[in-house]
Every structure is written in structure tokens, then in C-alpha cells.
Write a protein that binds this ligand. Structure first.
Ligand SMILES: Nc1nc2c(ncn2[C@@H]2O[C@H](COP(=O)(O)OP(=O)(O)O)[C@@H](O)[C@H]2O)c(=O)[nH]1
Ligand SMILES: [Mg+2]
Length: 302
């Protein structure tokens, strides 16, 4: 295809926590660049995932879910999501179609439907693999009433890859005609170091209770590449002394399981052997300190 008709632009993935934004982006680009867990607020910062084929390059911006929360970390996360929306060419607003439309989702839709942001809006009804088919049509109608000005309403399953091609084709229509911005081999803005931190955090999120995961962050203190192995030293920060033994587990078993699973994932994405050492450190209330958040890459300037 000649460059003349190539389309390239950015799509902000927006929605309340847990609707499947990160799952969708990973599925579309074919690599897990954004971690996924059943816990809300898994995604903490903006992550780019780039899909490229012969005729288009779609730069997805995965965002933290838009939610309420009083801590500085919550506020930063929501700010990051709105900033991504302002800069995007298209807004993809996602909801979980397997559950009744909840109030936060409704408020979010209304907020974008007011037209303050001029970009075209496409609504995604995710998790249709788990949704009651009879409820889908009324749900689509309800959505059309909430946001009659949207360009499309697309039911799909990010996990199963159902109808995701329709989404790509629909998104493409609203991207500017311009040559690709990124090299087709480049699929994310996440550094290997960031991926390492996120893969460890994913395992902590999967194994621990939500009360603990919110207060957990991962910092990579050393990331060193050798010919056939990458050595990584990771520190898991917990916000409370009580959480440390819970995380480490009996005889260190909890930590060992987290380490093994994170290492296997990293070996796959980095394509080489990984030696991973993990330490746990207490840093009281790190999630409410703007300076500490900046240090961890969780400030608003990202
Ligand atoms: N059944 C089903 N589950 C999904 C689908 N997409 C995402 N999920 C699950 O929903 C949870 C939240 O997904 P995630 O991508 O982290 O949501 P995010 O917070 O919006 O980024 C995870 O447990 C996913 O496996 C889907 O299409 N079908
Ligand atoms: Mg996410």
C-alpha cells in the first residue's frame, strides 16, 4: 500500500477499572506489555501498545481505570487517563457487558458524551463471551441513548479475540492519513526494566489480597544484561510493616512462587534466561507521597 493512504494515529482506551482495557491491548498487539489481573487498579500508568499492518498503525494508549480514590496515587492515575484522552485521535470507551451497567461507567460515558473533547468516540462492550446474549441488544440501545453522538458501539471479547477485527476496522476510519510514526518492530514504550517491575507486580497482585496490592509497588534496583542471561534485582515496596510477612509467606514460599512465575513470564518476553532476585522493603505510606511516586514513575508527568 502506498504511503498516501496509510493511516496512523492514537487511540485512548478508557473505562473504569477491570473492564478489560489491558487485555484488549495485549491481545491486539500479540504481546503482554500491560499486566492483567482480576483486581481493579492494576494498570497504574500510561502504556503504549502499537499495532502495525500493511495499511495502518494504531497506537493504543492503555490507561489506568477512571475511578474514585482519595490517595495521591489514585488522583495521579485518573489524571493520566484524562490526559491520554485529550491527546488521542480516537476515544475508545470500554465497558463490561457481562455485568449490568453500573453508575461509575454511566458517569464516565456521560462525561465524554458531553462533547467537550472533540475526538470521535467508539464504545466497546467487552466480555461478550460471558454476557447473556438476550441482554446485549437492550444494552446497546441503552448505550445509544446515553451517547447518541458516538461513531460505533462494538460488542467483543478481548480475552477470546471475538470481533476484534471489526474494532480495528472501525478505529482505522478515524485515524489521520499519514505514514507510520513508529518502526513496525517497535510495539511498546515500556522499557525492559519497566516490564520486569510490572511482571513482578502482576504476580504480587495475583497472589495477594486487594488491601495489600494497592499498597505495593515494585522497583528494579539492578537490571544487567549478559550474553545469555539477564540479572534482575527487584524490590517490592510495601506500605505497612504488617504486610511484609504476609507477602513473604511461610518459609519464604510466597515470595518464591511470585519470583518463579514472574521469571518465567520475563524469560518469554525477553527471549533469554533470567535470574531474578526479589527483596521486600517497608516504606510507610509510599502511595501518598508525591516525591516517592515520582521516583517510582507514578507521578503525573509521564
Ligand atoms: N470473560 C472475559 N474476561 C475478560 C475479558 N477481557 C478481560 N477479562 C478479564 O477481566 C479482568 C480485568 O482485565 P484487565 O485487562 O486487567 O482490565 P483493565 O483494568 O480494564 O485493564 C481480568 O481478569 C481479565 O482476564 C473478556 O473478554 N472476557
Ligand atoms: Mg489495565
Amino acid at each position: 500500500m502506498s504511503d498516501e493512504h496509510f493511516r496512523c494515529g492514537t487511540v485512548a482506551l478508557l473505562g473504569v477499572p477491570n473492564v478489560g482495557k489491558s487485555t484488549l491491548m495485549n491481545y491486539l498487539i500479540g504481546v503482554k506489555v500491560a499486566i492483567v489481573t482480576p483486581k481493579p487498579q492494576t494498570t497504574r500508568h500510561r502504556i503504549l501498545g502499537v499495532f502495525t499492518d500493511d495499511s495502518r498503525q494504531i497506537i493504543f494508549v492503555d490507561t489506568p481505570g477512571i475511578h474514585k480514590g482519595s490517595k495521591q496515587l489514585n488522583k495521579n492515575m485518573v489524571r493520566v487517563a484524562y490526559a491520554a484522552a485529550e491527546e488521542a485521535d480516537v476515544l475508545a470507551i470500554m465497558q463490561d457487558a457481562s455485568k449490568p451497567l453500573d453508575k461509575p461507567t454511566k458517569m464516565l460515558i456521560e462525561r465524554f458524551a458531553d462533547g467537550r473533547l472533540k475526538q470521535p468516540r467508539i464504545h466497546i462492550l467487552n466480555k461478550v463471551d460471558r454476557a447473556d446474549k438476550a441482554r446485549l441488544l437492550p444494552r446497546l440501545k441503552q448505550l445509544q441513548q446515553l451517547d447518541p453522538g458516538a461513531m460505533a458501539y462494538i460488542p467483543l471479547s478481548a480475552r477470546k479475540g471475538i470481533q476484534t477485527d471489526s474494532l480495528l476496522n472501525e478505529l482505522e476510519k478515524y485515524l489521520p492519513e499519514q505514514p507510520k510514526i513508529h518502526d513496525p518492530d517497535w510495539f511498546t514504550d515500556q522499557s525492559q526494566r519497566q516490564l520486569a517491575a510490572e511482571y513482578v507486580r502482576e504476580q504480587v497482585f495475583l497472589s495477594m489480597h486487594q488491601e495489600i496490592t494497592f499498597q505495593t509497588a515494585v522497583d528494579i534496583e539492578r537490571f544487567e544484561e549478559f550474553d545469555d542471561v539477564v540479572e534482575i534485582e527487584a524490590v517490592i515496596l510495601v506500605g505497612n510493616e504488617r504486610h511484609k510477612p504476609m507477602l513473604i509467606g511461610k518459609g519464604g514460599g510466597g515470595m518464591k512462587a511470585v519470583g518463579t512465575k514472574a521469571r518465567l513470564g520475563l524469560e518469554e518476553i525477553l527471549g533469554c534466561k533470567v535470574r531474578l532476585n526479589i527483596w521486600v522493603k517497608v516504606d510507610e505510606d509510599w502511595f501518598d507521597h508525591p516525591g516517592k511516586l515520582m521516583e517510582l514513575g507514578l507521578g503525573t508527568e509521564q
